[in-house]
Design a protein. Structure first.
Length: 445
């Protein structure tokens, strides 16, 4: 029987789901406690943000390499490598910060060691998501592939909800703010053991060229857009092409300045910068607005709550509003950035937890509309033969926003609150203008 037509057992799908979930949840839990840890270490906010940058760059550069390598070494091997990279990196990050917090090493040394350990995740952790997608897609029929890959991709989104929710509960006696690092390192080891014992060895007979998911810190979950064609839908879910002589090999080189993509890539670039700046700033904003700089241990709960509200709003947009309202790419992008502009004003003016959480949730709802709109728009703008190249360009645009922009946003915020908010508003309005004047209006249903 053709392996592509075999339905994956539920137990195997659950294991693949956990591979993706544990890394996403661990990283967003870390995001909940890092502003408090940086304050304890007396490290400037901008250096805390920069500690993630090298990892994000490595992820963007190496994820395609690991995807190709899984074609030769097998999906299971690459999933295991990704989990080992996450567990070792997370454990070393926690150890470095622990020694800094207890005074064994100074704060600067601790954050430098943290950045070095974090780079291990960017280097090896990026091996797992493409391998998971390729494993699923090569073992499901075309009719089942979209649903199966949607479930796997949604684990990233679910992780962004669970991570901030669990982080305050994991600040345990004796471990303190390092608790989430210890817990998710252990969780990754458990999933790794189950993967080795329960997932059969695989023969990578087909090339896996799925969508390269962004690093979990980028909070870019399931980028599906309702109303796309089946080819684009498969692409956006990370579907792999099982034919070695695919149409991609026959297409000419797709350029970044291609007139069909120009407006979509401009919107994706500017909107991505706005999202990364807000994600970089929100933790430090809460420390300041809630007066927690002198008791940073108490900030993990509020930060986790706000991040969780944002993650739920993002999933509401992607799993609910877009399919229910059948929004097209241009409409979704336009209204998404309009909500971002409104939510940013709420965050800027908010003085308590409720106001800031509401503003961040509105922004996240907007980004939940914007990102699938941009991704689908770029996909539908090109021919089926150019889908692979379009996917690579979109992945680069998404990943590039999280290399340096969060640190720039924190630097602007530390110099002037309103300067940071003004930049985000400018970026949001710019995307809206591109949608109005640079994109073709969608036909009415």
């Amino acid at each position: 029987m053709d392996e592509a037509n075999v339905q994956l057992p539920r137990s195997r799908m659950a294991l693949l789901f956990m591979v993706m979930l544990v890394t996403a949840a661990g990283n967003t839990a870390m995001q909940s406690v890092m502003p408090s840890i940086g304050t304890h270490l007396h490290i400037a906010d901008v250096w805390v943000s920069l500690a993630y940058s090298w990892s994000a760059l490595l992820w963007m550069l190496l994820a395609p390499f690991w995807a190709r390598r899984s074609d030769r070494r097998g999906r299971k091997a690459m999933m295991a490598l990704g989990l080992v990279g996450f567990a070792v990196s997370f454990g070393l990050c926690g150890a470095a910060l622990h020694f800094g917090l207890n005074g064994t090493i100074d704060g600067l040394t601790a954050i430098l060691l943290f950045a070095a350990a974090r780079s291990l995740y960017g280097t090896f952790g990026s091996a797992a998501p493409p391998a998971v997608q390729a494993y699923v897609a090569s073992r499901t029929s075309r009719a089942e592939r979209t649903q199966a890959l949607s479930m796997v991709s949604s684990s990233f989104g679910l992780g962004t909800v669970l991570g901030p929710a669990l982080a305050p509960l994991l600040i345990l006696p004796g471990l303190g703010l390092i608790g989430p690092f210890a817990a998710f390192t252990l969780a990754a080891v458990v999933v790794l053991v189950l993967l080795r014992l329960r997932l059969p060895d695989d023969d990578p007979r087909f090339s896996g060229r799925g969508e390269i998911l962004g690093e979990p810190m980028s909070a870019s979950s399931n980028p599906r857009m309702g109303g796309a064609t089946q080819a684009a839908d498969d692409h956006l879910h990370g579907a792999v092409e099982l034919d070695h002589h695919s149409a991609d090999s026959k297409a000419g080189r797709l350029r970044w300045l291609d007139p069909r993509l120009r407006a979509w890539l401009a919107a994706g670039t500017l909107g991505g910068q706005a999202q990364s700046i807000l994600l970089g700033v929100v933790g430090f904003l809460l420390l300041d607005r809630l007066g927690l700089r002198h008791q940073p241990d108490a900030a993990a709960g509020p930060i986790g709550l706000v991040l969780m509200c944002g993650a739920v709003a993002t999933l509401l947009a992607q799993w609910g509003l877009i399919p229910m309202m059948k929004l097209g790419p241009r409409t979704s992008t336009l209204w998404g950035m309009g909500l971002v502009a409104i939510g940013t004003l709420g965050m800027a003016a908010g003085r308590d937890l409720h106001a800031i959480a509401t503003g961040f949730a509105i922004c996240s709802l907007g980004f939940g509309l914007f990102r699938p709109g941009f991704t689908s728009g770029a996909s539908l703008a090109v021919t089926p033969a150019e889908q692979g190249q379009s996917a690579g360009i979109v992945a680069a645009v998404n990943g590039s926003a999280y290399i340096i922009s969060p640190a720039i946003g924190v630097w602007l915020y530390n110099h002037s609150n309103w300067l940071a908010w003004g930049v985000v508003e400018l970026l949001a309005v710019s995307v809206m203008l591109i949608c109005v004047f640079g994109m073709r209006r969608e036909a009415a249903a």
